[in-house]
Write a protein that binds this ligand. Sequence first.
Ligand code: HEC
Length: 145
Amino acid sequence: MLFRNCLKVVFPVMVLVALVFYVEKSPVSAVDVAQDAQGSLMQQKLTQAQLLLESLALEDYESMAEHAKAIHRISIEADWAGIPNKDYSRYGDKLREAAAKAEEAAMEENLDSVAWHYMQVVVTCVECHKAVRGQSPAEVAMLMP
Ligand code: HEC
């Protein structure tokens, strides 16, 4: 009986401790959440583009530079190295260029310029999707002229 009563107390406490540990160990930033939940580079790109928009709205230059840089980095990771597809590499280059210019403009604290290059980033997302969406890497390679 005593044991059972003990359990009644100990068990909830253990659950609570476990929860606290879990919460503490779980990712805090939106990027980490996206990485863990989706494990997809494209989802990370989306998160970063959203965060870039948010930083633009907040006029937070440091954050703009950070997210533009992240888009650049993810785009390098997402590049299907060795796939000789003209569209894919062209839009990949275009995205990296736009992201690099957005980062540069953020460092110069030029809000209009960051906004402009952010728009170029978004347009490039859409252009590349229109060109290559729905194809596997192998299929994309076969589109090569
Ligand atoms: C160079 C081409 C290219 C560019 C640029 C590009 N994407 Fe993609 N994206 C793809 C391809 C190919 C797929 C489908 C395959 C995949 O999911 O990886 C895709 C899929 C996606 C998906 C769906 C992923 C899923 O989980 O199903 C999202 C979201 C996405 N892209 C967001 C973006 C955003 C946001 C940008 C711009 C910041 C962007 N993409 C730029 C090629 C591109």
